[in-house]
Design a protein around this ligand. Structure first.
Ligand SMILES: [Ca+2]
Length: 219
């Protein structure tokens, strides 16, 4: 994978709070005495098509740069936006909530190629914004990757589960070369198309709407 060394330096919470460094948002100190910081490239508005994955061979990847020692991070969450209701391939139909008898394959979210969460796809792929807590220990200083993919179904597949389509929102108005997709199960990644396997097109270029939220101690 091409390596991009750029991004946002989180060197001092207080400098960031007062200077309002682009791409980093600090929220108020909560009752738990944490300062939450959001590291994002997207502008909050997805205006076009999506990064769609229909099977485990298709992987999407967002790169987040951290200039901070991960042991300073008390809590961490991945925020992401799904742009369209997931598609259940056997029935050729979109569903936006769990339905009795419709069994989805699992979706995995990987942080630096470690599985941070894996659960039945429908719970991670409904249209709208999601926030998932992850272990801060998965994060590294420097470049971090956050990947989304379908998990391989087991051969016996006792629940008769199926893959479908999940639709990661893309902000086409911003581009920092920190989003890429794979059509070969994650062996190679392409920065020119965010729809795995599709030819480059401005409707699926830019940045995935995937952010990292980290909590630092306010003391
Ligand atoms: Ca936008």
């Amino acid at each position: 994978m091409k390596t991009i060394k750029s991004g946002i330096a989180v060197t001092s919470i207080f400098i960031l709070v007062f200077l309002g460094v682009k791409g980093v948002k600090a929220e108020n100190v909560g009752e738990d005495n944490y300062v939450w910081i959001t590291i994002q490239d997207d502008d909050g508005v997805d205006e076009s098509y999506w990064g769609v994955c229909f099977h485990p061979g298709q992987v999407i990847c967002k790169i987040i740069n951290l200039d901070i020692n991960p042991n300073q991070i008390k809590k961490a969450k991945i925020w992401y936006k799904i742009g369209y209701a997931p598609y259940f391939s056997p029935l050729k139909k979109h569903f936006n909530k769990p339905v009795e008898g419709i069994n989805w394959a699992n979706i995995q979210i990987l942080v630096n190629d470690e599985v941070a969460i894996e659960t039945e796809g429908i719970f991670l792929a409904t249209r709208g914004c999601h926030e998932i807590s992850i272990k801060p220990q998965l994060l590294e200083k420097g470049e971090n990757t956050i990947k989304f993919r379908w998990s391989e179904l087991s051969e016996d597949n006792p629940k008769n589960a199926s893959y479908g389509g999940f639709y990661m929102a893309i902000d086409t108005s911003k581009s920092y070369n920190r989003s890429c997709s794979s059509k070969d199960g994650g062996f190679t990644f392409d920065f020119d198309t965010l729809r795995p396997g599709q030819a480059p097109d401005e409707r699926w270029q830019g940045e995935y709407m995937i952010r990292l939220k980290i909590a630092l101690s306010a003391k």
